[in-house]
Write a protein that binds this ligand. Structure first.
Ligand SMILES: *Cc1c(COP(=O)(O)O)cnc(C)c1O
Length: 373
């Protein structure tokens, strides 16, 4: 049987050639591996239009390691960071700060609510001790697009600094560092660039990174030290995930061949549109209005029909070749379906007919959520 299609927020369904790129062993000190690393860092910087002003620093581990390294290295120890919270990944930044002994001020929002630029402006005006704002570009908990371009303008105008978790957005949603002036941008290998998990990256403003010597609280998560080592030797400071990096290099080539961020975002948007239109035609409701919905992942409310259970739905879909994702929001009973990875319009259309089969097997006839039923 062929592999199931992953409709999740990562790890994702990847291309065969990306997987095949891992069929070779590399010496981490060898010049050909150094060249692969250098090429990746250069490509990521160019994708965000960050050439010259930014340095891209890799970090072993999952995306959270990159976020923690970014906070630990680029947020000064006496800094104070405002964190708008409308989901688990925003909340994780607050938790990272707590571990690191950095002052974080959460700005609580509802999970289906985006921070309004004027609310942010007012908050910054009222508290001049806030030095930084941490934003999540797409909050994967719900799938909300947090509209960071407008917020970034407010932050810059108020003379504060931005730390951005772009992990679930990078490569699909636009990010231009000439207009979004972030000190740091966290990226992961296994989201919209469609690599395999095991590495993250932080785009760092060069002057901020240069001034961050000795700021990090952790030996292995010190981006300044990783950067210095790489500048001197072309090597990672500690063992790199060599196969992951080789696969990521191939994934970046495929991203470029597809037409870059715009084309990839358009494919995901088409996946999302087919999914949302088809699910609504079957009576399902999305958590978010279309204006806030990112093309990354969609949260659906569970049907109120007592014959619907997520675990049964999940198992039936899995047996027919699709892996979906449980809900993560706290306010309602939900599940999520991702639109990212090597997934195309025909996969989404097939998913919808498979969902019909699963609902029939469960005897679910009404897909309206409990409250609206
Ligand atoms: C996936 C993701 C992360 C990182 O999660 P890991 O499980 O550590 O890979 C961070 N932020 C966002 C918004 C994400 O979607």
């Amino acid at each position: 049987m062929s592999d199931p299609i992953l409709l999740t927020p990562g790890p994702l369904t990847t291309s065969r050639s990306t997987k095949e790129a891992m069929l070779r062993d590399w010496g981490s000190w060898d010049s050909s591996f150094k060249a692969v690393t250098a090429r990746i860092l250069d490509r990521l910087t160019k994708l965000a239009e960050g050439t010259h002003a930014y340095a891209c620093v890799p970090m072993q581990g999952s995306g959270t390691f990159a976020v923690e390294a970014m906070i630990g290295t680029l947020l000064p120890r006496d800094g104070k960071v405002l964190v708008p919270v409308n989901g688990a990944y925003c909340r994780r930044i607050v938790e990272i700060c707590r571990y690191l002994g950095r002052t974080a001020v959460p700005l609580e929002l509802l999970e289906d609510q985006r921070l309004a630029p004027d609310v942010l402006a007012e908050r910054l005006a009222h508290d001049p001790t806030i030095t930084h704002v941490a934003l999540v570009q797409c909050e994967t908990t719900s799938g909300i697009d947090n509209g960071i371009h407008e917020l970034a303008k407010v932050i810059t105008k108020a003379g504060r600094r931005l730390l951005l978790d772009a992990i679930s957005a990078f490569g699909a949603l636009p990010l231009d560092l000439r207009t979004v002036s972030a000190d740091g941008v966290a990226i992961s290998a296994n989201k919209c660039i469609e690599g395999v998990p095991g590495a993250g990256f932080v785009l760092c403003k060069r002057d901020v990174l240069a001034a961050a010597m000795g700021t990090a609280h952790s030996l292995s998560l010190d981006l300044h030290a990783q950067w210095m080592h790489m500048e001197k030797t072309g090597q990672w400071r500690y063992t790199p995930p060599t196969h992951v990096i080789a696969a990521f290099d191939q994934a970046l080539s495929l991203h470029e061949q597809e037409g870059g961020t715009e084309a990839r975002g358009a494919r995901y948007r088409q996946n999302c549109n087919i999914l949302v239109t088809g699910m609504r035609a079957r009576g399902f409701q999305t958590l978010l209005p279309d204006a806030l919905q990112s093309p990354i992942i969609v949260t659906f409310l569970c049907p109120g029909d007592a014959r619907f259970t997520f675990s049964k739905f999940y198992d039936l879909l899995k047996s027919r070749g699709f892996i979906i994702y449980p809900g993560k929001i706290t306010a309602a009973d939900t599940f999520r379906i991702g639109c990212i990875g090597q997934v195309h319009a025909e996969d989404m259309r097939r998913l919808l007919t498979v969902i019909d089969d699963c609902l029939r097997d469960m005897g679910v006839t009404n897909c309206a959520p409990a409250l609206a039923a």
